[in-house]
Design a protein around this ligand. Structure first.
Ligand code: AVW
Length: 259
């Protein structure tokens, strides 16, 4: 039996809102608050759910804007410690496996906000306060769809909060590890605050041995943008096997948070 595990539901673009969305979101919220100590007691999962659904219900699912989530974002309280933020682009699987295994860093999806919505899909409709369980726009079908606008808003927030040393995990197996159209390239990098961020460690994960992605045109682009923002950085090519080894054996010597 071949089980296809499609985490982000990228291939169910024609389907509607995730079944039992409300239960899933509220349960994830409560479980997260229970599991993570030091969560501000001001978080209320029912109020968070209300804020979330009010962001997009009753609206045309191609006219839900990034700002429509502004109010909702303020209902979720969490301090993100300095030196812990990990940004990623086209490395979702390995980045999340890495943060889970090592606890060295945290991605947006490891925060309450990202954890609640990870892998889910939702939309409403105009002239009704109901969810649409039949059909929601795909990621690229229209720019201002509820899911894409949410991730852009949440990513902007996560990047604004980042402080100290931050890490960026990019994919060296593709032509443009740094893509200006990606959420990292179009949203997060623009929110990096040089007053708060002291250093950006770019780690390009390569599956081939040559390990020269840091010299590619695409990484030179990224370097220019960081220089223009007065952000200090370095770029290192890292062998994918090194990260996988670290995920499998997080307490080993070679796994020193991949510096
Ligand atoms: P990504 P980003 N259809 O790996 O820099 C459905 O390109 O953009 O990295 N879903 C899509 C599509 C699509 N065509 N394109 C992108 N996505 C969704 C938040 C999907 O969930 C974190 F903080 C995919 O796995 C990272 O630093 C995800 O967007 C940064 O943004 C990532 O696409 C990663 O975004």
């Amino acid at each position: 039996v071949v089980v296809m595990y499609v985490k982000y539901g990228v291939d169910d673009d024609t389907k509607g809102t995730t079944k039992n969305l409300k239960t899933i979101v509220i349960e994830r919220c409560m479980e997260y608050i229970r599991a993570v100590s030091q969560m501000p007691s001001s978080n209320n999962c029912d109020a968070i759910w209300e804020g979330f659904q009010n962001s997009f219900l009753g609206k045309d699912p191609c006219k839900v804007h990034v700002e429509d989530y502004d109010q909702f974002i303020t209902t979720v309280q969490q301090d993100i410690p300095c030196n812990k933020s990990l940004f990623w682009s086209k490395t979702g699987q390995i980045a999340h496996d890495f943060t889970k295994a090592t606890k060295c860093f945290m991605t947006l999806e490891d925060t309450l906000l990202g954890h609640m919505m990870d892998g889910l899909k939702w939309c409403g409709q105009q002239h009704s306060k109901e969810f649409n369980y039949t059909s929601c726009p795909g990621w690229n079908e229209c720019e201002f769809n509820p899911v894409r606008s949410f991730w852009r808003r949440a990513s902007a927030h996560f990047a604004e909060l980042a402080c100290g040393n931050v890490m960026v995990m990019l994919n060296g197996s593709i032509d443009s590890p740094f893509n200006k159209q990606s959420i990292f390239g179009s949203v997060e990098i623009k929110k990096f605050d040089p007053e708060k961020i002291s250093y950006v460690s770019i780690r390009v994960i390569d599956s081939l041995q040559d390990r020269t992605s840091c010299n590619s045109i695409s990484l030179q682009d990224l370097g220019r943008i960081l220089n223009n923002s007065r952000l200090d950085f370095d770029c290192k090519d890292i062998d994918k096997s090194e990260i996988l080894q670290c995920i499998n054996d997080p307490i080993s010597q070679s796994c020193d948070c991949v510096n």
